[in-house]
Each structure stands twice: as structure tokens, then as C-alpha cells.
Design a protein around this ligand. Structure first.
Ligand code: CTP
Length: 210
């Protein structure tokens, strides 16, 4: 039997305003790397789309991207031939409207930056899915359960992982898995590696080969 093909995004994106400066966030990429590794160990064919500044684990091939638009292009290419998609990347929601080709000089006053929204990769793949099992993350600092439920529905996910801002750049996570079938799994504070193994088991119970 052929193996399940898993597509995973991990790490931050960088949204350049000039050749040396960018907007980004503190994502370490660790959660996505652990998920890619757990899915690989479980026998999946893994494609990892990895943001900048994150070292991939040995033995896991990845496509490197910088910005959200790059990440969308890389994901779009592979989504159609995937059986499951885990959107773990901390994608920047905004990017500068224009990128200066030259380093912006400081001048004497302040600087106004005009930002435009980035594409929501998870939402776009959720809309496009056929048989793919789609997993998102919801990083919430308040009203987590309600907001995660809303993201699960709005982004057409089959499963979403609710977690808090303290997860960023940490070895641990305190996650709740919410499934579209109504299942709720509260796991307590655990290492990202152990969580990745548990999440992988939950995904593989539900994902189907096309
Ligand atoms: N995501 C994405 N593309 C974006 C923003 C988010 O694919 N432009 C994905 C993330 O990978 C994650 C999920 O959407 O799986 C939720 O991300 P989160 O940061 O919690 O929420 P946002 O949709 O960005 O909304 P908000 O920041 O307003 O809570």
C-alpha cells in the first residue's frame, strides 16, 4: 500500500521592507519540525515547507521559503498531491505594501509603514481541499476555546490545536486538540516532541489515503 503524503509548514515568515529589514515573529519552528519527524517515523512521505532562520532536522528534506507569499506558492504546488496538511507555520498576517530595493535611510523624522494583509494559507487550502485532512493551529491569548472553534469552522479544518503565546520559542506546549467531529482532547503541559507523537496518532486515525 502506498504511504500517506503529509505536507507541513513550519517556522516564521519574514516580510521584507528593504534588503536588510523585515517584519517577523519569534517562532522557533520546533513544533512543526517535531510533527514532520513524528509523521515520518509513522511511515508518511513528508514534505516540509520551512520558514527562515530554522534548521531542519537531519533526514527531513524541506523547501525553504522566506515570505508568506513564497510559502503559499510552495504549499499550493504540493497540496493537490497530499493526503494531509498540517499548517504549523507562524505566518505573518501583514507585509509592507512596497519593498524598497535599497536600504531605507533614516532621515530626520519617523517612518510610516503601510501594511497589506498576507494570504491566509490555511484558509485557502481548507477551501480547496478534496480528501485532504487539514490541521491548523490557533494561537490565542484570551477566549481560546471560542476563537479556536471559530478558526476550525472558518478555515475548513478537520482538526485545530489551541495553544497560547507562551508556546512561542518554548520546548513545551499546553494544547487542546479540537476536531470537526466534536472530539476535544486536553493534554496538559507536555514537551513538543511528545505532543507531536500524540497529534500524529490522532491525525493518522482520521486521515485517509486518496
Ligand atoms: N495561517 C496561515 N496563513 C496566515 C495566517 C495564519 O496559514 N496568513 C495559519 C497558521 O499556520 C495556523 C492558523 O492559520 O495554522 C491560525 O493562525 P493564528 O495566528 O492563530 O491566527 P490568524 O488566522 O493569523 O488570526 P489572528 O492572528 O487574528 O488570531
Amino acid at each position: 500500500m502506498s504511504r500517506l503524503r503529509a505536507l507541513i509548514t513550519a517556522g516564521p515568515t519574514r516580510e521584507h521592507l528593504d534588503p536588510v529589514r523585515y517584519l517577523s515573529n519569534g517562532s522557533s519552528g520546533k513544533m512543526g519540525l517535531e510533527i514532520a519527524s513524528a509523521l515520518k517515523k509513522s511511515g508518511c512521505d513528508v514534505s516540509l515547507i520551512l520558514g527562515p532562520g530554522v534548521e531542519p532536522f537531519q533526514g527531513i528534506a524541506c523547501d525553504r521559503v522566506i515570505s508568506a507569499v513564497d510559502m503559499l506558492k510552495a504549499v499550493s504546488k504540493k497540496f493537490g498531491s497530499s493526503d494531509l496538511f498540517v499548517s504549523c507555520a507562524a505566518v505573518s498576517d501583514f507585509r509592507p505594501k512596497t519593498i524598497s530595493r535599497k536600504k531605507i535611510k533614516k532621515g530626520s523624522g519617523g517612518l510610516m509603514l503601510e501594511l497589506v494583509p498576507n494570504p491566509d494559507i490555511l484558509f485557502l487550502m481548507g477551501k480547496r481541499k478534496k480528501n485532504q485532512f487539514v490541521v491548523g493551529f490557533a494561537l490565542e491569548d484570551a477566549d481560546g476555546a471560542r476563537r479556536a472553534e471559530k478558526k476550525l469552522r472558518d478555515k475548513h479544518c478537520d482538526m485545530i490545536v489551541l495553544n497560547g503565546p507562551e508556546t512561542i520559542d518554548s520546548q513545551k506546549i499546553n494544547p487542546v486538540i479540537l476536531c470537526a467531529d466534536g472530539t476535544r482532547l486536553k493534554l496538559g503541559k507536555i514537551s513538543k516532541k511528545v505532543f507531536a507523537e500524540k497529534l500524529c496518532r490522532e491525525i493518522l486515525k482520521r486521515a485517509v489515503r486518496k
